[in-house]
Design a protein around this ligand. Structure first.
Ligand code: NDP
Length: 319
């Protein structure tokens, strides 16, 4: 039997690298894209750099997108490329929108003409639902509060339109935050883990963070890419929320991480008003029960287990 073929847009990111590793383990031939030439560092970190067919292409460049899809001839397409920082999207709304929405449009068009049987998953975001003091489900109304969230809503509307207009086998995963050692320190949990490594090594310069009162549902990135794969194994892929179902305050996440190295966070963290955003989501809660029902997905890590796991990984990296 011939090996299934997948192409991952944004393969050098956190999720792209973990997904590539998972697909290789499952026997796929894996193609991946990056806007840069050269091998993305995360593929080297996971030891899979030699196993990927890389394409240097910006998803906003429609002709090059068509060439990459035609060359890969994929059975499955994962669209993960995007400027993925909510905070940065306020400073770079155009680039954020272009990567998340225009890039997806180009890939959908290329898939329609050059790989019509391929199934496609778009990485949407829990931020599409805005404030979710009551846990979001797949039917919760969109209420974006950032250029990032608005771009992800637009991208999802393209998914809906192409499903109706052309019968394409396409879906969105509404991803709530998920972390790993590959998360850069431009994200709050990556920044926290960089500080934990520093503190463990004896550097006690204070860690500056923004609003510690925000509530989020944080999960473990390898669990999330397993769900992405499972979503595309259904004959008719459906949009699903991917989250753990357990939310916590950032303050509690920070406290658990510091406790794991025997420190009291209050002695080492400073809250800095300048790090607040023009608009933020105070509470994010999600109900992933439909993913449990349709694809049997149950995340392996949730709540306070996650800071403990991340700290253990951060310290083993530092060793
Ligand atoms: P990363 O930021 O780690 O990776 C995304 C990749 O997209 C980058 O490696 C980069 O690849 C590419 N990219 C960056 N900016 C642009 C741009 N302006 N235009 C086109 N491509 C760009 O993200 P994650 O792996 O963490 O997330 C994967 C997807 O899931 C993203 O779409 C993200 O928005 C979404 N998501 C992630 C969440 C999370 O908690 N991780 C939560 C919700 C949604 P290169 O520079 O090589 O081209």
């Amino acid at each position: 039997m011939s090996r299934p073929v997948a192409i991952i847009w944004g393969i050098g990111g956190q999720d792209g690298a973990y997904l590539a590793r998972l697909l290789l383990e499952k026997g796929y031939r894996v193609h991946g894209t990056s806007r840069a030439t050269g091998v993305p560092v995360n593929l080297r970190r996971l030891g899979i750099a030699e196993d990927i067919a890389l394409h240097a292409v910006d998803p906003t460049d429609a002709p090059r997108v068509g060439e990459a899809i035609a060359a890969a001839a994929p059975d499955e397409i994962y669209y993960l490329a995007s400027q993925s920082s909510v905070g940065r999207s306020f400073a770079e709304p155009e680039a954020t929108f272009a990567g998340a929405a225009l890039g997806l449009l180009n890939v959908l068009e290329a898939a329609r003409h050059k790989a019509p049987a391929a199934a496609l998953l778009n990485a949407a975001s829990g931020d599409c639902f805005g404030e979710t003091a009551t846990a979001a489900t797949e039917t919760t109304r969109f209420a974006p509060r950032s250029p990032y969230a608005a771009a992800k809503c637009s991208a999802h509307l393209l998914i809906e339109a192409n499903r109706v207009a052309y019968g394409q086998r396409v879906c969105s995963a509404f991803l709530f935050p998920h972390e790993s050692p590959l998360r850069p320190d431009s994200f709050v949990i990556g920044k926290l883990m960089a500080a934990i490594r520093r503190f463990a090594a004896g550097d006690r310069a204070p860690l500056e963070l923004g609003d510690l009162g925000v509530v989020r549902d944080w999960g473990w990135a390898p669990d999330f890419v397993a769900a992405m794969w499972a979503m595309l194994q259904r004959g008719t892929p459906e949009d699903l929320i991917l989250a753990t179902g357990t939310s916590m305050r950032l303050e509690d996440f920070v406290a658990a991480a510091f406790a794991a190295i025997g420190l009291n966070w209050r002695d080492h963290v400073q809250c800095v008003a300048g790090l607040h955003r023009p608009a933020d989501i105070a509470q994010q809660r999600a109900n992933p029960s439909r993913a449990a029902k349709l694809i049997g997905w149950r995340p392996s890590v949730a709540g306070e287990e996650l800071p403990k796991l991340l700290v253990a990984q951060a310290l083993s990296q530092a060793a």
